[in-house]
Design a protein around this ligand. Structure first.
Ligand SMILES: [Zn+2]
Length: 67
């Protein structure tokens, strides 16, 4: 598996490939993405809500049927 290991910025745990995740890009920090479990994403949502122009939040869903 050559995939990059992704860690949750909230709990520090691994986010597995088959799990959906949240990608939070901090546009004021060079757009560095941070990743969250969907279950840990509340902090990310809060940050976006408070400062929507500074963050870009992407939710990646895992499709049941891969193309
Ligand atoms: Zn987490």
């Amino acid at each position: 598996m050559a995939r990059t290991r992704i860690k949750c910025a909230s709990c520090g745990g691994r986010i597995h490939d088959h799990e959906p995740d949240l990608i939070l890009r901090d546009l004021e920090n060079g757009g560095r993405p941070r990743y969250f479990h969907t279950r840990c994403g509340e902090a990310a949502y809060t940050a976006v809500t408070e400062n929507p122009s500074a963050y870009l939040l992407t939710v990646r869903h895992v499709e049941e049927v891969a193309n």
